[in-house]
Design a protein around this ligand. Structure first.
Ligand SMILES: [Zn+2]
Length: 596
């Protein structure tokens, strides 16, 4: 029997191999670079044009990021109107010259942060082409994520710093201008050589190839004579499998390492000061965190992970993160764990963050809630309680938009953040309610194993969840991701009929759910009545030792459901819908009944 194609069999992804050499002028804060890109078209389509991101162009007055920040209701306080006030020597830009395809000069057009290129000859399905260009860039004063001289005094935080090919997938090109957030790029190899004055230490999202020549520690051995600061060194990094490349440089970085048993080597780059005193405690804590994360979310596949002081908060890059360092211990651990978990949800499971921000930020938030509770020794099954609270306040704010909204198109930053981080985290925690927490653990491990080093989308995740649970789950995403409909179940009335009890249940809001109804008896015992949701075509395994009875299906078309149980009402102390609180019921005041 012929196999019907699964999403994996039909799956393809583009491949890019970068080779870049850049020379840094630390006086003018400019770069001179050249880039060769080997592009493999694994799509079934013939490509006639190609697009690059030129992210530094966002940091000029009156550009899209500037205007958006000055017109949105709740601008990011790191941006505000700061771009509009940049001087010529503070703005960012990329100037492209000598762009060619297999030796033939190409015509191109720069439109804000997008370089539009008409190819000299099309790239056929399965075809390969070599694109070369030179670029001269000015590194902006740090406004958002990347730039020079961040507020903690890190010289260069070099994220989104090079002409970066746009993503092309089954939905076509993703040449989104840089407005605020979220990145998506094809997988490939990065071979990057950075030449900079020898008093700088570079940390990057790649392995230092010429460690023997210049190495970390080189600077420690050598007391650098200030008059030799003009001399330069070239740092050569390779990352064999990544979708981005970040680096940071500072003369005062110290470098510390620690080995996770059966895991990666962790590297820490930061400026030593009173404000960064808690960094000394970070290595041991992250060893514990990585062991937990490897067990619960899939094995971290690289040999190294770099925690680098820089940037303007916390931001994830392949096998690395840039975080600000002047923090108390809880905040430092919190940001380091969150960004490290992005190595799973974004770094290795490279979803299109613009459309699936909730699979990136939401899954990371869910996983970091569990990891942080583990680190703190908290074991109360309520690790994600704060994410539910944030989701409920989004609902009451009236500003909620569907999670399927493109990250840049939300009306407010508030609605984006609550959707991506909080409602995204709830999407997973609530999936645990639907399929059982043990099954959810398997889903996350299967998802990682099946989609690592690829670009999974929502349907890919749903299919893994469905196959692992043997349940139909598409309806859940139709409601939870594509709409702002809500959940509210109620115990309407409880009646005694001879030796039995009738519990009248009501679905008040549109989203249907299976129901865990717990009866607390006066003798101290508990019993679970599980009401499956018809469209799920299945039900979860018992999650605890409590006796459980599976009742008839509740269909989504039916607002009401009468549950008759063979228990005398006199023996019932109380009744509650979902005491686990994993179902995001927006009004829990009607979820319980107390027999007085
Ligand atoms: Zn994040």
């Amino acid at each position: 029997m012929p196999l019907i194609g699964t999403s994996q069999e039909a799956y393809w992804q583009q491949e890019v191999n970068y080779k870049m050499q850049v020379d840094v002028d630390v006086e003018r804060h400019q770069l001179n670079g050249n880039q060769t890109l080997l592009y493999t078209n694994n799509s079934p389509d013939t490509l006639h044009e190609i697009y690059y991101h030129l992210y530094f162009n966002a940091f000029k007055p009156d550009g899209m990021m500037d205007i958006r920040s000055r017109s949105i209701l709740d601008p990011d306080d790191r941006v505000l109107d700061r771009i509009s006030k940049l001087n010529n020597d503070e703005i960012g830009y990329h100037i492209i010259t000598n762009l060619s395809q297999d030796g033939t000069d190409l015509s191109y057009n720069v439109e804000y942060t997008i370089l539009e290129v008409e190819l000299a000859h099309p790239i056929l399905p399965g075809g390969r082409t070599e694109l070369s260009l030179n670029f001269k860039s000015q590194i902006p004063v740090q406004i958002r994520r990347s730039g020079r001289d961040n507020k903690e005094g890190i010289s260069y935080s070099m994220a989104q710093w090079y002409p970066k090919i746009a993503a092309y997938d089954s939905r076509g090109w993703h040449a989104n201008p840089y407005i605020a957030r979220e990145f998506y790029a094809p997988w490939g190899q990065f071979d990057v050589s950075i030449t900079i004055n020898k008093n700088y230490i570079i940390a990057a999202s790649g392995i230092l190839e010429n460690n023997n020549e210049i190495g970390y520690g080189y600077q420690d051995d050598l007391s650098i004579d200030p008059k030799h600061n003009e001399e330069k060194l070239t740092w050569h990094f390779i990352n064999e499998k990544a979708h981005d490349f970040m680096w940071a440089a500072d003369p005062d970085y110290i470098h510390e390492t620690v080995q996770v048993p059966n895991g990666p080597k962790l590297h820490f780059f930061y400026q030593q000061s009173h404000a960064t005193r808690h960094w000394k405690k970070l290595p041991e804590i992250l060893i514990t965190a990585f062991r937990y994360m490897n067990t619960h979310f899939g094995t971290y596949p690289y040999n190294d992970f770099y925690v680098i002081q820089g940037g303007d908060g916390g931001m994830e890059y392949p096998m690395s993160t840039l975080i600000t360092g002047h923090r108390d211990l809880v905040s430092l651990v919190g940001v380091a764990v969150h960004e490290a978990l992005h190595s799973w949800y974004q770094g290795v499971l490279a979803t299109d963050e613009s459309y699936y921000h909730w699979m990136d930020e939401g899954y990371t938030t869910y996983a970091s809630s569990l990891t942080m509770d583990y680190l703190m020794g908290v074991d109360n099954d309520q690790s994600n309680a704060k994410n539910y609270i944030n989701y409920y306040s989004l609902v009451t704010s009236g500003q909620e938009e569907p999670m399927s909204t493109h990250a840049d198109y939300f009306e407010t930053n508030f609605a984006y953040k609550r959707a991506a981080y909080s409602k995204g985290a709830v999407s997973l925690s609530q999936l645990g309610y639907l399929v059982g927490d043990d099954c959810l653990k398997k889903i996350l491990l299967n998802y990682f194993d099946q989609w690592k080093f690829k670009h999974p989308n929502m349907n890919d995740f749903i299919r893994v969840a469905e196959k692992t649970s043997s349940m139909e789950l598409d309806w859940y995403y139709d409601y939870w991701i594509h709409s702002i409909k809500t959940i509210d179940y109620a115990i309407q009335e409880v009646q005694s009929i001879e030796q039995s009890t009738i519990i009248k249940l009501q679905r008040i809001k549109p989203i249907p759910m299976p129901i865990d109804l717990i009866i607390n008896l006066k003798d101290g015992t508990k019993k679970c009545y599980y009401i499956p949701l018809g469209i799920m075509r299945g039900y979860k395994k018992p999650e605890n030792a409590m006796p459980r009875e599976i009742m008839r299906d509740w269909h989504w078309t039916h607002p009401n459901y009468n549950l008759m149980i063979e228990v005398n009402l006199d023996n019932i102390k109380s009744i509650e819908i979902d005491p686990s609180r994993r179902m995001a019921d927006i009004d829990r005041s009607n979820n319980s009944y107390l027999n007085k």
